[in-house]
Design a protein around this ligand. Structure first.
Ligand code: NAD
Length: 389
């Protein structure tokens, strides 16, 4: 159980790139990072507009001289200070992630980066190499993966309670962009512009979340080959897709599918992961994250509730308020940020024993998502053919 006791003897000195006052995702980064006293926000290049970034940073309590006009000047100035930042979070549009992560690692910082980590496998390989060379971690904010019941599922799958895994169905299909809302909304505009998001929209923006959750629930899940079809129902978004279907075959003989959509009219999120085994199935839905459906063939459906004593120890480890009281996305992100801090600290101490079995969405998870999107685009653009992964 997490009850506010500091997990580290110190708080990591921390900065942000992006996540400014108008951003969608900046606040949950700050809230999650500071929840367990593991990070202290001391610096930022918060906004593409330097003046706005300064006004926002000082309103957050950051010293004006540590509110920088851009990430390059932040990394240089902070490296020159004795009390300079030790870690940085990157919460900017996708096209900037690679350059900012690379510069942060080169400046000797641990990094927490938004998904997708970058656009190509080559870029992800470079970040992975640099992270190892500099001995600094990259954590990727697959935020939903911090929900406790996902780890209940992982333990049940690993213990063989479902039997051999046969089918993995995934979807993230919301309806918020069923019209060309980008004409009015700047936060959506860059999401449907290849200059900012590279080769895909919903595959990179949405599908990588349930893909990572499925990979967390089924630890040995490896896509062997896939077939993708993608559509642009709002024509002006072409060649970027606002809807996609992917069929997959996994190395262990299981099969699976992904539906990613931003035009699923009426739907809030519909992010669901269903793991089907030879004996039983599990299903998790992000709109009801405190419940996990457990369906054993021939028996009544069971709903496992977060925070209850019948869950496994790993699922209870990050309980913050006990069963019955709903926890949500802010708690899930806090769990991840707590893990990022523990991984950064263990890396700095050279504690390889601790890191060996310590789970968090790391650079390899970031790379896997990038490679998967790349393969989906390759398949779709070749006329929806099977491609080896
Ligand atoms: P947004 O457009 O709402 O905000 C982007 C912010 O970054 C703004 O404050 C902008 O001024 C700032 N910015 C842009 N370029 C910058 C630069 N070069 N230097 C400094 N600041 C810069 O975008 P958003 O919706 O907050 O998304 C940001 C990132 O977070 C994206 O990569 C997106 O995919 C990701 N995201 C992740 C989740 C998740 O669940 N993990 C959810 C939403 C968004």
């Amino acid at each position: 159980m997490i009850n506010g006791i500091k997990p580290l003897g110190h708080s990591l000195r921390w900065g942000m790139v992006g996540g400014g006052g108008t951003s969608q995702i900046g606040y949950i980064h700050r809230s999650a990072a500071q929840r367990d006293s593991t990070f202290t926000l001391l610096a930022g290049a918060f906004d593409i507009d330097a003046e706005r970034g300064l006004a926002f940073g000082t309103a957050l309590g950051v010293q004006p001289e540590r509110c920088y006009p851009d990430y390059e000047s932040m990394f240089a100035a902070e490296a020159a200070r004795e009390d300079g930042i030790q870690a940085v979070s990157v919460a900017t549009p996708n096209n900037t992630h690679f350059a900012i992560c690379r510069a942060a690692l080169q400046a000797g910082l641990h990094v927490v980066c938004e998904k997708p980590l970058c656009f190509t496998t080559e870029e992800a390989d470079e970040l992975e190499r640099l992270s190892a060379e500099k001995n600094k971690i990259i954590g990727v904010t697959y935020g939903y993966a911090g929900h406790q019941l996902i780890h209940q599922a992982r333990e049940m799958v690993t213990a063989g309670e479902l039997g051999e895994i046969r089918i993995v169905n995934m979807q993230f299909a919301h309806g918020f962009h069923n019209e060309a809302v980008e004409l009015q909304n700047p936060s959506t505009r860059w999401r449907v512009d290849p200059r900012f998001v590279g080769p895909s929209y919903v595959l990179g923006d949405l599908a990588t979340h349930p893909l990572f959750i499925a990979e967390t629930m089924v630890p040995d899940l490896q896509v062997k080959r896939l077939l993708c079809a993608r559509q642009s129902f709002i024509e002006s978004r072409a060649p970027l897709e606002d809807n996609a279907y992917v069929l997959m075959e996994f190395a262990n003989g299981a099969v699976g599918s992904m539906w990613a959509s931003a035009v699923n009219s009426g739907s809030m999120h519909s992010q669901k992961i269903r793991i089907v085994g030879a004996k039983a199935s599990l299903e998790w839905w992000d709109e009801q994250p405190n419940q996990l459906r457990y369906e054993v063939q021939g028996e009544p459906v069971r709903i496992l509730e977060r925070g209850m004593g019948y869950l496994n120890a790993r699922a209870l480890e990050e309980d913050r308020i006990s069963g019955g009281h709903a926890e949500g996305l802010f708690e899930a992100w806090s769990n991840l940020y707590r893990r990022f801090a523990l991984a950064m600290d263990a890396t700095d101490r050279g504690d390889t024993t601790f890191l060996r079995d310590f789970w968090y969405p790391d650079v390899h998870a970031g790379l896997a998502g990038v490679r998967w999107v790349e393969n989906c685009v390759r398949s779709a653009d070749a006329g929806s053919v099977w491609v080896e992964c």
